[in-house]
Design a protein around this ligand. Structure first.
Ligand code: ZN
Length: 305
């Protein structure tokens, strides 16, 4: 069996599944202090393993920033996160030591991109970006089927959009940059600007156009920098699916015909899409990371005694 953990800032989802991508069971744990949360995570996986079979590898998709460099002594750690108490927490090693098995580790959004590529809305393309718009904004990118790591890993939510004409004065909510994309278009930004979440606002409220414009600018930036063949937009804010057509329209507006490809000129409903796996994308991505870790012969048992 394969263990899977979606490590989020408010909850951990712990699951067990098989190599076909089927989840047998899953449990949710509130994210509190690291020692209690990690202990609950291990207990959950042990419980599910007792019910379904021995865990032979584990995959983890985690909130970040995280260390993805396999040559680093801190591979598999959560790094300097603003989340109190969670700096330099050894997530992958904790799992590797418990189960004496290989651990696949990546960001939560790279994991979601992998799941949508393998089983969801991007099965027919190898260059895909998954963006989540919720409490924060984050994105994972697959280029030629492989997740982008590099210097750290993409932090797509913190790019700088051009200000919407009706949004000149809002200072933004990002503690690092103020009015970066996350500062202007995350769920908390919407509430800080307009006093309500998007679903509580009248369909003619200017917030809808502001939101669509910023996310349209993001999609334009992604097209120009990473050249994806599909962009999957998930997360709580994107559950308002009436945003999608507006975002497509704004991306096309901002590209202004510069990229001469049918996909971004006339085929936009196939280019910017909703996740096919819905809220399961993250945990299925973790399962995919665990499946891949099992088949990687040189993969060390991280932290195994
Ligand atoms: Zn920022």
């Amino acid at each position: 069996m394969i263990g899977a953990v979606e490590a989020g800032g408010t909850k951990f989802i712990c699951a067990i599944g098989d190599e076909s991508g089927r989840l047998c069971s899953e449990e949710r744990i509130a994210t509190t202090e690291p020692p209690a949360t990690l202990a609950a995570m291990l207990a959950s996986l042990q419980r599910q393993s007792a019910a379904h079979g021995k865990i032979t590898s584990v995959g983890v998709g985690a909130f970040g920033p995280v260390e993805l460099d396999r040559t680093s002594a801190h591979f598999g750690y959560i790094l300097r996160t603003p989340k109190p108490g969670w700096c330099m927490i050894d997530l992958a090693g904790t799992l590797g030591r418990e189960f004496s098995c290989p651990v696949g580790f990546d960001t939560d959004v790279n994991a979601a991109a992998i799941a949508e590529h393998r089983w969801g809305a991007a099965r027919d393309v190898d260059d895909v970006i998954y963006v989540t718009v919720g409490t924060g904004i984050g994105g994972g990118a697959l280029v030629a089927g492989s997740p982008v790591h590099g210097l750290l890993h993409p932090e797509i939510g913190h790019v700088l959009p051009r200000r919407h004409p009706a949004d000149r004065d809002f200072v933004g909510v990002c503690p690092f940059h103020g009015d970066c994309l996350e500062g202007l278009a995350s769920g908390p930004a919407i509430i800080a600007r307009s006093g309500a979440s998007l679903d509580q606002l009248d369909p003619h409220h200017p917030q809808w156009d502001i939101q669509a414009d910023y996310l349209g600018q993001l999609c334009m930036t992604l097209v120009l920098t990473t050249s994806p063949r599909r962009i999957v937009l998930g997360g709580g804010v994107m559950s308002q699916t009436r945003l999608l057509p507006k975002i497509r329209e704004r991306m096309k507006h901002w590209l202004h015909g510069y990229v001469d490809r049918a996909q971004v000129l006339v085929g936009l409903d196939q280019f910017i899409v909703s996740p096919a796996l819905g809220a399961q994308a993250g945990i299925l991505g973790a399962l995919a990371l665990g499946i891949d870790a099992a088949s990687r012969p040189h993969s060390a048992c991280i932290g195994a005694a």
